[in-house]
Ligand binder design. Structure first.
Ligand SMILES: [Zn+2]
Length: 545
């Protein structure tokens, strides 16, 4: 009997506890498959290739009684919630990156989300990261045992001739005793533990970006998945608490970065302003707290809309500086922007400028940031003005910026509206709403009733019940007729706004209660599962009566 509890999600990857009879083990896990699934050892007909057409697969793929349930891209899926899913021959998919993602989308798409995914014979210390990253949870020792039989020494960097075992790379019990089989098994278990840690910290992407460098196919799988933004985006959490490390070219393609640009260009509503100033980013986040940005803000004195040009996000309006990942990213700074970076970022800026026309755009920057601003201006037919020939934060440059803005009118602080439009896709009337608090810990209220606060961990606005009244229709979850005690579980959910992602602020409404909270899974998973926590409830209100 296998039961499991998914406790953490990180994109497609998941972590949690699997209970096998009386044993509870954390997953992603390497299991003794023969002991747990004894029927597999004597099963024939599991060797049907993933590429087999429906007629062939339908004839030869033997259905396993009980667990795990075999799935195949060409066949209808018999899997139900709570099952262990087995994708036989998945190790062969690793060599075909484009097909890997096609099969993955097919299999994930026709399977309930609350299932555990077993990839038999696929795991090596060098492949485990990409398997977990693409949504597999259970593995066995078959792959490493086979390498042991072939005399190969397995590490997370790849497989080497067995003599390498004596070189001192590893000091495990197996290596100390010259036992290749034991080393290979321990190396796999160690890698699984490392991956569980990274999923727990919600930064498996960073580990995958680093690990995949040793294998062209792994890089290709990551890139193909990134390229399918529409499919991958709903799996990505809306915010993470840690730092987003954008240390590779591919970081520009990761879902969170793409989503930021997407929402900037489709949802975000800028304040009414005739003048915009392009500014460089700062290492300190939010930018406003950095020394340089304090000086920029002093010189601008509210007379222009402030737009920060930065890699990899492209363009961050002042109002969105607290939003994830604008407040949470770290990039290597060399002053050099490569061609791909320039093309992507200038593209985002050009699209923004095409949507929002300013009478004047002042570039208060130098170096690579200035170069992309010039590329964007050229692409959108805008003549940039320049306010610095020196370092942007120098006294001379700041005096020039001040002078360039002489006579311009002050614009209103619309941080709240900017954040609301980005987060909820709503352009709200914010007249009469005032802010208090010490940036970035801001609270917004009207007539002494608090409406919103900024969650400085995730950079999201947190609405109160009164705040939700101002946001009709969006980010709602409706539940059955019951009074929740604590969190809302999936079986109680009737409907969920399809825009909801894991970590989103949501309003739960039912016949007897309303509740505020944070989504614990994306909307598609609430509809596509039978168990698990759907919403972590913060506040609950019963209707009188
Ligand atoms: Zn070892």
């Amino acid at each position: 009997m296998i039961r499991f509890d998914i406790r953490k999600r990180d994109g497609l990857a998941r972590a949690g506890i699997v209970s096998i009879d009386e044993r509870r083990v954390p997953f992603p896990a390497v299991i003794d498959a023969e002991a747990i699934f004894p029927s597999l050892a004597i099963q024939s007909g599991t060797n049907v290739p993933l590429s087999a057409p429906p007629a062939f697969a339908g004839t030869y793929l033997v259905k396993n009684e009980g667990q795990p349930v075999t799935v195949h891209p060409a066949l209808q899926n018999p899997v139900e919630s709570g099952d262990v899913v087995m994708a036989a021959n998945w190790h062969t998919a690793l060599a075909h990156p484009r097909q890997y993602i096609i099969w993955l989308k097919d299999l994930k798409g026709k399977t309930p989300a609350d299932t555990l995914w077993y990839a038999p014979a696929a795991a090596l210390p060098s492949t485990l990261h990409i398997l977990c990253y693409t949504g597999f949870d259970l593995f066995d020792y078959t792959g490493v045992d086979l390498r042991s039989a072939q005399g190969l020494f397995c590490t997370s960097e790849g497989e080497f001739p067995k003599d390498v075992l004596k070189s001192g790379i590893c000091r495990c019990e197996g290596c100390r005793n010259g036992d290749l089989t034991l080393h290979n098994r321990l190396a796999l278990e160690g890698e699984a533990a490392l991956i569980r840690y990274f999923i727990g910290e919600a930064n498996l992407r960073e580990l995958v970006e680093a690990r995949c460098r040793m294998n062209a196919e792994h890089v290709a799988i990551m890139r193909h998945l990134d390229a399918d933004y529409a499919w991958a985006e709903p799996f990505a959490p809306i915010a993470r608490t840690g730092v987003m490390r954008a240390n590779y070219g591919e970081s520009m393609q990761r879902t969170e970065v793409r989503r930021f640009a997407e929402r900037l260009l489709t949802r975000y509503r800028p304040p009414h302003a005739t003048v915009a100033v392009f500014l460089p980013c700062s290492a300190r986040k939010p930018y406003s707290l950095s020394q340089s940005h304090r000086r920029f803000r002093e010189a601008i004195a509210g007379r222009a809309h402030e737009l920060v040009i930065t890699s990899p996000l492209g363009l961050v309006p002042r109002e969105l500086e607290c939003v994830y990942p604008a407040m949470h990213y770290d990039v290597p700074v060399t002053g050099y922007w490569d061609a791909e970076e320039c093309a992507y970022i200038s593209g985002v800026i050009a699209r923004y400028l095409a949507l929002h026309r300013y009478e004047r755009v002042i570039a208060h920057m130098d170096g690579g940031a200035l170069k992309v601003a010039e590329m964007a201006a050229a692409a959108s037919g805008i003549a940039l003005e320049y306010s610095c020939r020196q370092h942007p934060a120098s006294d001379a440059a700041l005096a020039q910026l001040d002078q360039a803005l002489t006579g311009e009118r002050r614009i209103k602080d619309e941080r709240l509206n900017g954040m609301l439009s980005y987060q909820f896709g709503i352009d709200m009337d914010i007249r009469g709403i005032i802010s208090r608090g010490h940036f970035p810990e801001l609270y917004y209220s009207r007539n002494h009733r608090q409406l919103f606060s900024i969650d400085t961990g995730t950079g999201q606005l947190r609405p109160t019940f009164e705040g939700w009244d101002l946001l009709p229709w969006v980010y709602r979850i409706t539940i059955e007729d019951f009074i929740p005690e604590g969190d809302i579980l999936v079986p109680g959910v009737l409907d969920a706004d399809p825009s909801i992602r894991e970590g989103d602020e949501v309003l739960v409404t039912g016949p007897q209660v309303i509740a505020t909270g944070r989504a614990a899974m994306p909307a598609h998973e609430m509809k596509n599962s039978r168990r698990g926590v759907a919403v972590r409830v913060r506040k609950i209100k019963r209707f009188a009566g």
